[in-house]
Design a protein around this ligand. Structure first.
Ligand SMILES: *Cc1c(COP(=O)(O)O)cnc(C)c1O
Length: 389
């Protein structure tokens, strides 16, 4: 751990919970069998651990364990869902619908398919980040094969109305995929109630290990066909070959289990921290909240501050607080966040934005210190360069 640095980047990744790590360790050590080895006890033991983990995950989203396909994370799950459906259904249609605020792990596979001749409709969002359901329904065509809408946004925390989207898709007999990377273990998910056909998940946003995730693939009403994107040993019923990692899978299941167990109280606690931070910051002149004020993840606060240079602000904060402007996943490039642009922000305002991501290990003291430092830094920057409007 970096001493003294306050970690508020929990939408980028999270600290592994010591309980999760503890559960994983035996499978890095003495229980090293390959779950695919059916001829000896090493394999049986590894397979038993994988099976139990699969059951936990299936229970978490209300599906069967045969509908869980392990992947390396949500990026791979999104790629498998989108390209796998495109390849399996292209004779039925070549039109896919997604949303402007999706993660790059959804937008980029769609862009790739566009280069192969598929047509992609990117539905805009309203200024609060929510999708317009009427517009979504109007975008459906007879040749639409897939709608992909995320559950919870990684930058602005906005929760899309999955149940309504699922209703629309089912009525039009179009498959519904959702990127649930920020949702699993944080908000209730039920693939039957929400009529979700494919759901991407990952462990490392909920205090689990990096490098493991899963795709839920519906097996009945309707049965989803999926073209595998990685061929080989035929693991995961041929949908994703490659030796499974029991330690990562056990850690993933443990993280989800812990998320479910503490969901209600952790939601209340994180909302308390988030509202405390916002109450302390909202007096700053020119500050505004990004995303719907109510329909959002408990641990997410995304703000813009007019008249402040975003990079100078981050530079001023980085010795005290670990956080991101926009999305950490695209921090390699310096272009402003496509999510904030989709809300209608100018480049300049999108750059003058901060994402506070709160998690299990953040405290009230850290939030108070954060508010103090942010306020002090903004005021110092404004003293240097008076605000122009
Ligand atoms: C983190 C994240 C991803 C990528 O997940 P990985 O497991 O890191 O590949 C995809 N979508 C969303 C919404 C995310 O927050």
């Amino acid at each position: 751990m970096v001493t003294g640095l306050i970690y508020l980047d929990n939408q980028a990744t999270t600290q592994i919970d010591p309980v999760v790590l503890e559960a994983m360790l035996p499978y890095f050590g003495q229980h090293y069998g390959n779950p695919g080895s059916i001829n000896h006890a090493y394999g049986w033991q590894a397979e038993a651990a994988v099976k139990q983990s699969r059951e936990i995950l299936a229970g978490a989203i209300n599906c069967t364990k045969e509908e869980i396909v392990f992947t390396s994370g949500a990026t791979e799950a999104n790629n498998l869902a989108i390209k796998g459906v495109a390849e399996a259904y292209f004779s039925k249609g070549r039109h896919i619908i997604t949303v402007a605020t999706e993660h790059k792990a959804v937008l980029d596979p769609c862009k790739y398919l566009e280069s192969l001749g598929f047509e992609i409709t990117i539905v805009p969002v309203q200024p609060d980040g929510l999708i317009d359901l009427i517009l979504l329904e109007k975008s459906l065509r007879p040749d639409t094969i897939l709608v992909s809408v995320m559950a919870a946004n990684n930058e602005i925390g906005v929760l899309q109305p999955l149940e309504n989207i699922g209703d629309i898709c089912r009525r039009h007999e179009v498959l519904f995929h959702s990127d649930g990377a920020q949702a699993i273990g944080k908000i209730p998910l039920d693939v039957d109630r929400m009529k979700i056909d494919l759901l991407s998940m990952t462990a490392h946003k909920i205090h689990g290990p990096k490098g493991i995730g899963a795709l839920y693939v519906r097996r009945r009403d309707p049965r989803v066909s999926l073209a595998s994107q990685i061929q080989g040993g035929g693991q995961e019923r041929g949908m994703r070959s490659g030796t499974l990692s029991p330690p990562l899978i056990v850690g993933f299941a443990k993280a989800v289990e812990m998320g479910l167990e503490s969901m209600a109280e952790e939601k209340a606690r994180l909302e308390g921290l988030r509202d405390r931070l916002w109450d302390k910051l909202k007096a700053l002149p020119g500050i505004s909240l990004n995303g719907h004020p109510g329909r959002r993840l408990a641990g997410n606060l995304n703000i813009s501050i007019e008249g402040v240079d975003g990079s100078a602000l981050l530079l001023g904060l980085q010795s005290v607080i670990a956080l991101s402007s926009g999305s950490a996943c695209s921090s390699m490039d310096t272009s402003p966040s496509h999510v904030l642009k989709a809300l209608g922000h100018s480049d300049k305002l999108a750059r003058a934005s901060l994402r506070f991501g709160m998690g299990r290990f953040n405290t009230v003291e850290e939030i108070d210190r954060t508010a103090e430092v942010v306020t002090g830094t903004v005021e110092a920057l404004r003293r240097l360069k008076p605000m122009k409007t």
